[in-house]
Design a protein. Structure first.
Length: 103
């Protein structure tokens, strides 16, 4: 009988768990979904999220550290855009599962 093997090395799960832990924040997920299809400034994000600009900047710093967003400076403003929209697909999937009563 052959032993069951994990599809990935342990390191993959540990790295993913670290990212999931940082993404386990509703505001960060909302930011990513807002900038999925367009750029937005810190000010625009603060207004959309109804939180202070320094709080938005803190969230963006974490998302930048994870390389999930990229920034572009224009004058005094910094605009952010998601690096890969696939990162927020789980939000859509879980929403659809909840709506179909599977979760």
């Amino acid at each position: 009988m052959t032993a069951i093997k994990s599809p990935y090395p342990k390191e993959v799960y540990e790295n993913n768990a670290r990212v999931y832990k940082l993404l386990a924040n509703a505001k960060r997920l909302e930011i990513l979904n807002i900038i999925k299809g367009r750029e937005a400034s810190v000010k625009e994000l603060a207004e959309a999220l109804k939180i202070r600009m320094p709080n938005v900047s803190q969230h963006l710093a974490i998302l930048s550290y994870l390389r999930l967003v990229k920034s572009r400076r224009e004058g005094k403003s910094v605009f952010y855009k998601i690096t890969d929209p696939r990162i927020v697909e789980s939000c859509r999937i879980f929403k659809e599962l909840r709506e179909s009563s599977k979760l």
